[in-house]
Design a protein around this ligand. Structure first.
Ligand SMILES: [Zn+2]
Length: 70
């Protein structure tokens, strides 16, 4: 049985359209890809616990603001 790819950020199974959008893989979306990048960038990568959708939205929003500042 083939294991479907899973987004390492939000743990969502990547199916259908998202799985074909190789731009984002292994993430489910541009947003998760960016969250991962900034986590790595800030040395927070050791934090392994998955974020809740609310936390994720909050974190992505902060990162978005920060990106505008860079
Ligand atoms: Zn995701």
């Amino acid at each position: 049985m083939i294991k479907l790819p899973e987004c390492p950020i939000c743990k969502k199974t990547i199916v259908g359209e998202a799985a074909r959008q190789s731009d984002f893989l292994p993430f489910c979306s541009e947003r998760c890809r960016r969250v991962d990048f900034f986590r790595w960038f800030e040395g927070k990568y050791a934090i392994e616990e998955p974020l809740s959708p609310l936390q994720l939205a909050d974190e992505a929003e902060k990162l978005e603001q920060r990106r505008d500042e860079l």
